[in-house]
Design a binder for this molecule. Structure first.
Ligand code: RIB
Length: 310
């Protein structure tokens, strides 16, 4: 049995309002939708929940609003077995929320209102120093201020903690700050927005990964949806294929990938083994509706991993 990994997430917590429909209204139009789902989300929180479901001990550093969603979000972390002692309520601001539009193919379009996530500061990171310094891995995304992301990368480097950066959603960034991260994991549209290089096929993804390596990043993983993920290091590039499933809602699949990736890596697997497992974990998450609630338990994952002959 692998040792229990310790994962810390410095990131966002949102409430997701998912609307399922085949079409979306034009300006001035009112239409009926098919279905609605309310659930806990936010890229940081989702990655924390995925890591916890995969069996890690997880701590979260986040800010929520002084509204109905704030205390409920903290309670959700606790129910998921996540240490929420560094999830603070910010007065006079809303929690992060995300209206999500899911079409009949399971693809999503998301609008994030950052709310309290925007107030997560470098001081909040320092206040969580004891939690963060004990972690095997710190996970970061871009739904909190970039100054806080950079500060946390420096903290991780100074304390010898592995740091994985998921630049989602994509923002113009300072490569000198990001280069200290151990893994940089964008999806294809984020990779394209950050580098300016289109990513429509594997060759373009390789060119894009090469650009990122040349800017000092040690290991780059570009997730390519149903085509798999591209691992790029100074030793070469390799495509890790995806697993076939029938998706109904892809929301949070990227977060399922990153959260599970952190756990498998901390358990001592190679990059290739880690990415293969994370790829199945993410694929399984698309077979259920919602974000965190679609993430399989470790037992469900292990059973499916074996069933597929691994
Ligand atoms: O990656 C999916 C997440 O993006 C959703 O949970 C939503 O809250 C946004 O942060």
């Amino acid at each position: 049995m692998a040792k229990q990994s310790k994962i810390a997430v410095v990131g966002s917590a949102n409430v997701d309002l998912s609307i399922f429909n085949d079409m979306f209204p034009r300006p001035g139009e009112t239409i009926f939708g098919k279905k609605f789902d309310l659930g806990f989300g936010g890229k940081g929180a989702n990655q924390a929940v995925a890591a916890s479901r995969c069996g890690a001990s997880v701590g979260m550093v986040a800010k929520v609003g002084s509204d109905l969603f704030g205390p409920a979000t903290i309670k959700n972390f606790e129910c998921q077995g996540i240490d929420a002692s560094h999830v603070l309520i910010a007065e006079g601001i809303s929690s992060g929320v995300a209206p999500i539009f899911v079409d009949s193919s399971g693809q999503n379009r998301i609008v994030v209102i950052k709310g309290a996530n925007e107030l997560l500061s470098p001081d909040d990171v320092d206040a969580a120093a004891s939690l963060l310094a004990q972690a095997d891995t710190i996970l970061l995304q871009f739904e909190i201020p970039l100054a806080t992301v950079y500060h946390t990368i420096r903290f991780a480097k100074a304390h010898g903690v592995r740091c994985i950066v998921n630049p989602a959603p994509a923002l113009p960034l300072d490569f000198k700050e990001i280069a200290a991260a151990d893994y940089f994991v964008p999806n294809e549209s984020e990779a394209e927005a950050i580098t300016g290089i289109p990513v429509h096929d594997l060759e373009e993804a390789k060119r894009c990964a090469g650009y990122l390596l040349a800017r000092g990043l040690a290991k780059v993983v570009i997730t390519l949806g149903e085509r798999g993920s591209l691992l790029a290091t100074s030793e070469g590039m390799e495509l890790i294929p995806a697993f076939k499933v029938d998706p109904i809602d892809s929301t949070g699949a990227g977060d399922a990938f990153i959260g599970s990736f952190a756990v498998f890596l901390a358990e001592g697997l190679t990059d290739r083994e880690t990415l293969t497992r994370a790829s199945l974990y993410a694929a399984l998450s698309t077979t259920h509706v919602g974000t965190q609630k679609s993430f399989p338990s470790r037992e469900e994952f292990d059973n499916e991993w074996e069933r597929r002959g691994n």
